[in-house]
Write a protein that binds this ligand. Sequence first.
Ligand code: CP3
Length: 357
Amino acid sequence: MSHPSGPAGPAFGQTVSQAAPLLRVLSGETREKPPLWMMRQAGRYLPEYRALREKAGSFLDLCYDPEKAAEVTLQPIRRFGFDAAILFSDILVVPDALGQRVRFLEGEGPQLDPLTPETGLAPLAGELDAERLAPVYETVRMVRAALPPQVALIGFAGAPWTVASYMVAGRSTPDQAPARLFAYTHPVLFGALVDRLVDATASHLLRQVEAGAQVLQIFESFAGALPPPLFRRWSLEPVSRIVSRIRARYPAIPVIVFARGAGAGVEELAQSGIADGVGLDWTIDPWRASDAIQVHRPVQGNLDPLALVAGGDVLARAVDDIRAALGGGPHVFNLGHGILPQTPIAHVEQLVARVRG
Ligand code: CP3
């Protein structure tokens, strides 16, 4: 299966044949062995992460410490030889740098002072605080300098809807009800928030590219909470504006969009041409994805993170099924969501051997 409308090519100064496997697949190439990385690959399942994390203070302190963040980004590459490194940071550095300070309390997840119809956007700055985010871009520079050329560096940001859902609720919520209700009852104000996030997110991603990121991923982790018309309005549309800004400056930088739980919305995303690569969560049937999504765009995914926790035959069969369904076209092997902290290292080793073997 070829890539009909030819998305972004390899990074600057590289011909396609020299480019890292991830870049080649995102430009439409089918490879016998897919490039492999895992969402949340730097994290608590790794003993070396836990050791460094203990010395780093708060989670955000770690995100804003370039030496430590670069080290943590590189840990899974050293251990498993993945085809891509993803910047160690968080989607919530964007509200933090807009002045809505974020706290991560141990075991409780993120906390922000919620935006309300009364506060409106008053607590937010017009633009990102460049100084606050400077260490993030420094991390990107350090990681790129340390990586071998065949390993691609991925920068990322949250999509406006997902980030806005934290800014409105002030915390993780099971179905993003506070933000959904806000969007229904105050659509003009919610639209202004989304516009602010489009600007901030585009600028954050462009700066990551300037610092050395070669691929970008946009996490729409809460796509599944939106009914289809709202998915178009609050997800596809703003994400498309962000991608247009990136394409205008860096047409060769591929953008992967991971819209978790979007269901048929993922097919719309693939047809729309907004994304160069389409992330698949684990609920999507890879055979259907081959017919309905991979014909339009390279795909990435979609092993159930719990199949990786289970390991053994369960894992082997799940990997083989995904390869059988998606191996005929451009495919980046990944999980269908982030790796879970309880995942045994031996199972990740089994995954790498199975995908590459
Ligand atoms: O993938 C990577 O290895 C890169 C780093 C990365 C992190 N978060 C590190 C992190 C990335 C890409 C993210 C994205 C992110 N952050 C998302 C979108 C992806 C997804 O999982 O759906 C979301 C929704 C967040 C917000 C967030 N960050 C939450 C809800 C939490 C707390 C929940 C938890 O797992 O504890 C975080 C914290 C966080 N971000 C951790 C890591 C490694 C764990 C914090 C710790 O080490 O104490």
